[in-house]
Write a protein that binds this ligand. Structure first.
Ligand code: DGJ
Length: 727
């Protein structure tokens, strides 16, 4: 299952007998950080240090002596359950003979270089009594200071074993205090932050929702050491489970005042049976650590995501016009023709046809029917999608389409044809979420069905250029007809089935842009994003709300992946809505034909500007300068890697009397020695420019004194572009 196991060069292999007396030190190093693992006298693998790199590599050997007790069971690098460790386990197994104890001792480790900057350390552990082997993987992205960590469990016993818990990672940090920033939410309220000091005992962040797993909160979190980290100071770890299903993260301040973080798939209702010689590979837990604040940590994460994780992270993205908010389900071919013309008129790259285009016996005219019947509705689209794709092409606009292929409405032909494909309890009343049920992706026949929906859309419509993949329901009444007596594998096999389908799609259509949507950000994680080019942060497109939602997402995900649409939500002027949507990948979801001429001209101009500044927003470094949670205004800056071009967005987020920025905004990330020309861009026709327009400043001045965007009630959003002048 894991794609990272093809190693190019084996650099070193160290072998030690089981339960070695010789102690081994394994430093796992990035450009700035070190994770040091160490075997104790019995060969158990412990974490002896995690933090900034030490100046002298020889010093790592001494970190093993930094325990209070020689055999510090609380520092296990992968805590096994049921033997000498009594701490929260990373792994728990019921053996073939029913025994539930596990002990893991070091056997060997090796490090290989996969490509420049990326290396993989593997550490093999074995139980001295039972034939179970566990390999820990540490994939290091050195320059980005990012590590992906996962494990592989192999059953060498003669009978089946049961994995009762199987975490991806088990970290161990040491500081005076630990501050957790976590997120909760719901539909249209994604990424609500909460920051709190962790007390002794275990704090768990988890989900049991199955498909739309992040609906009430994602797996991304950050932990600051000693005090809550600021944008530019403080030590902070960002972590996330790369898994689009049930996850669980335990954060335990233990009796030795260490912080143990155990993260991976949620073992809730999921004991996993492994047959003899079968292997279980966990998804990765990804993390980065910075001792220079949250801003630095986020920029590291973004670079990693663009270069190694999201599809086409350094590539292009398409601006678009979506029809969802202007038509909902009520459209026909003529309406769509009009919107395609609107897309052309606006100047976007693509028209995206949303929900409602399919179903005949049970037409998709609202959200009660049709899901599962992926044939064009003949009344709405008598000439099919093909005619629309052609129409768009003639207008020089690309065409994209919405699907929700994992789902089924009970009012659909699919539901009657394949009742055994539907996730539901055989003897219980059905319970719906948005009037729908989930298809059983643990079943290979369902995987084929879902793959073929997508494949045939592309085959029948060769010009199809974009896919929006939605997922609007959680899993109630989890039960798979296909899995028979292995029901406890369902949650895991569902996600594996989903990834299997996406693997097949990506093998055939490697770079076609695809939006990851789950009624908003209900499924945004790096497991899913390795198949998608972008995600839909929230159905809440009120730009004021979006400032906050996009702000929090920006800690973990790069702007290029954030699909932001201009809609009619909220009470802000059109300029404000466009300025907020520009802070990512710009799209529109408005009835273009109804726009007054000045608004239309403004949108057209905004798109031209966006095409000029998008490389800086997508590929540049982000600096969060003024925090909307603390100030009247939010200011966020993008600077290109050459430090020659930058874009500063400022938004008023408080409507009280006299609200606005009182002090200049100090920029970051510029070249102090160079001169920057400031231009106020994206001004609404007729609106005067602010006082900074046309000014020339040194980078040094801008970073020490700052500039005044003059944000207040009459200038509620201001965009400033900065460019170095030659010489
Ligand atoms: C939920 C999505 O978030 C919306 O953008 C839209 O695609 C609807 N589903 C369609 O049903």
């Amino acid at each position: 299952m894991n794609r990272y196991l093809h190693r190019a060069t084996i650099l070193a292999i160290f072998l030690a007998p089981l339960a070695a007396a010789t102690q081994t030190t394994i430093p796992i190093l990035t450009a700035h950080n070190a994770l040091v693992l160490h075997t104790d006298a019995s060969g158990r693998l412990l974490t002896s240090y995690m933090g900034e790199r030490l100046a002298d590599t020889k010093d790592y050997g001494q970190t093993g002596a930094s325990y209070r007790n020689a055999e510090d069971i609380l520092s296990s690098a992968y805590t096994p359950a049921g033997s000498t460790s009594l701490a929260e386990p990373a792994i728990a197994i019921t053996h073939a003979d029913g025994n539930r104890s596990l002990d893991l001792r070091y056997v060997s480790h090796s490090t290989s270089v996969e490509k420049n900057n990326v290396s993989l350390t593997t550490i093999t552990l074995k139980d001295p009594v039972y034939a179970v082997e566990v390999t820990l993987f540490y994939k290091v992205f050195a320059n980005e200071d990012v590590v992906e960590q996962w494990s592989r469990i192999v059953n060498h016993e003669k009978g089946n074993i049961v994995l009762d818990k199987y975490a991806s990672a088990n970290l161990c940090l040491r500081a005076g205090s630990y501050w957790l920033r976590q997120y909760h939410g719901d539909w249209a309220r994604e990424m609500q932050p909460e920051e709190t000091r962790l007390t002794h005992g275990i704090k768990t962040i988890d989900t049991k929702l199955g498909t739309r797993a992040d609906l009430f909160g994602p797996s991304v979190f950050m932990v600051s050491l000693d005090k809550p980290a600021g944008e530019d100071e403080g030590s902070v770890l960002y972590g996330s489970v790369e898994w689009s299903g049930n996850f669980r993260i335990d954060l335990e301040v233990d009796p030795n005042d260490q912080l143990r973080i155990i993260a991976g798939i949620n073992n809730y209702a999921s004991p996993y049976v492994l047959s003899p010689n079968e292997t279980f590979t966990t998804p990765a837990f990804v993390y980065t650590f910075s001792s220079t604040g949250k801003g630095d940590a986020s920029r590291r994460m973004h670079r990693w995501a663009r270069d190694y994780k999201i599809v086409d992270g350094r590539g292009n993205r398409l601006t678009l016009l979506n029809n969802w908010e202007s038509t909902y389900f009520g459209f026909n071919e003529d309406t769509l023709r009009g919107l395609i013309k609107g897309a052309k008129n606006l100047g976007v790259d693509l028209f995206l046809l949303d929900d409602g285009w399919f179903g005949n016996k049970y037409p998709r005219n609202d959200d009660h029917a049709g899901l599962g019947d992926w044939q064009e509705n003949r009344r709405k689209l008598p000439n099919g999608i093909k005619a629309l794709v052609k129409e768009a092409q003639q207008d020089g606009v690309k065409f994209g389409i919405w699907v929700e292929p994992e789902m089924v409405n009970p009012r659909s032909e699919l539901y009657f044809r394949h009742p055994d494909w539907v996730v539901k309890q055989p003897a219980r009343e059905e319970k719906y979420y948005r009037n729908q049920l989930v298809l059983d992706l643990a079943n290979p026949a369902v995987q084929d069905f879902v793959y073929n929906i997508i494949d045939s859309l592309f085959i029948k419509n060769p010009g199809l250029a974009y896919l929006k993949w939605d997922c609007n329901a959680v899993i109630y009444n989890a039960y798979s007809v296909y899995l028979k007596d292995r029901q406890s594998q369902f949650y895991v096999d569902y996600v594996r089935g989903l990834y299997h389908v996406l693997d097949r799609i990506r093998a055939k259509y490697p770079t076609v842009p695809m939006m990851l949507c789950s009624g908003g950000g209900g499924r945004v994680d790096y497991g899913a994003l390795s198949y998608f080019t972008e995600y839909w942060p929230s159905d809440n497109t009120d730009p004021l709300e979006r400032v906050f939602i996009q702000w929090e997402y920006s800690y973990f995900y790069p702007a290029i992946a954030s699909a932001n649409h201009v809609t009619n939500w909220g009470h802000q002027p059109l300029k404000f809505r466009i300025d907020v949507a520009m802070m990512g990948k710009l799209g529109f979801d408005i009835p273009v034909g109804k726009l007054p001429a000045t608004d239309l001209a403004f949108c057209q101009g905004a798109l031209k500007l966006y095409n000029e500044i998008k490389p800086v927003i997508w590929q540049g470094d982000v600096y969060r300068l003024a925090d909307p949670y603390k100030a009247d205004c939010a200011s966020i800056l993008y600077v290109d890697s050459a430090r020659s071009s930058a874009v500063l967005f400022n938004y008023l987020v408080n409507n009280r009397y006299d609200a606005g920025n009182k002090l200049p905004v100090r920029l970051k990330g510029l070249d102090p020695a160079r001169q920057y020309r400031v231009q106020e861009v994206n001004r609404y026709p007729g609106a005067p420019a602010g006082r900074e327009d046309g000014k020339l400043y040194s980078g040094d001045y801008l970073m020490k004194v700052g500039l005044d965007p003059q944000v207040h009630a009459d200038r509620s959003s201001v965009v400033l572009q900065l460019k170095t002048i030659p010489g």
